[in-house]
Design a protein around this ligand. Structure first.
Ligand code: MN
Length: 205
């Protein structure tokens, strides 16, 4: 599947004359793949965790956000693939539009695939996700070290897929959970959700 086909679901949900979210079109990079964690103050405030895979951002909504404590198992619900440009999206999605609410980029950076088979050979990341388990090393401005995503429920089981995001035990593990979304600051601009919303209102958007 090409990245363009993969974004059909994303584009189908949005009216790009009414939202400043990117339509997408940039193709994959050759350097380290990107990751981004956005805080999305929609009908319920949640974190959106996204990993660049084959030219799109594979995405999960994480109600409580990522934790650097290996004891925390954070529920991660898959959402539609997003365009690579979404990693820089920060702003307000108009009320009434899909995902209406304020978005900040809480963390961003690159990741490395740590998934391997029993012989120690690296498993391609897309294949690891298809199989339901992927581990990776994050180099972000806030998140660092090894994490794993594991599918715990398939569509066949309960109608909706569910995953867990768990910190691996390494030197970057700590007892810190994610911050309260209201106090969290953008990794790009230092702004809080409230600030981004206020600036959008001031601009009349
Ligand atoms: Mn979201």
């Amino acid at each position: 599947m090409t990245a363009t086909d993969a974004l059909a679901h994303y584009r189908g949900k949005r009216d790009f004359s009414k939202t400043a979210e990117p339509r997408g079109g940039r193709t994959g990079r050759t350097e380290q793949p990107a990751f981004v964690v956005q805080i999305h103050d929609a009908s319920t405030t949640h974190f959106d965790f996204r990993l660049e895979v084959d030219g799109v951002l594979k995405s999960w909504a994480i109600p409580k956000g990522p934790s650097s404590d290996p004891h925390d198992k954070r529920l991660a619900m898959p959402t539609e693939d997003h365009p690579l440009e979404y990693a820089e999206f920060e702003g307000v999605i108009a009320e009434g539009e899909y995902g209406g609410g304020t978005v900040i980029v809480w963390d961003e950076g690159t990741y490395r695939n740590l998934t391997s088979d029993k012989h120690g050979h690296e498993t391609p990341f897309a294949e690891a996700l298809d199989r339901g388990h992927a581990s990776f090393w994050l180099d972000g401005t806030k998140l660092h070290g090894g994490y794993a995503l594991t599918r715990i429920r398939t569509v066949k089981d309960e109608g909706r897929e569910a995953w867990l995001l768990v910190k691996q035990a390494d030197r970057h593990a700590s007892s810190h959970g994610a911050p309260a979304p209201t106090r969290a600051r953008s990794a790009l601009t230092g702004r809080t959700l409230k600030r981004v919303a206020a600036e959008a209102t001031a601009k009349g958007s």
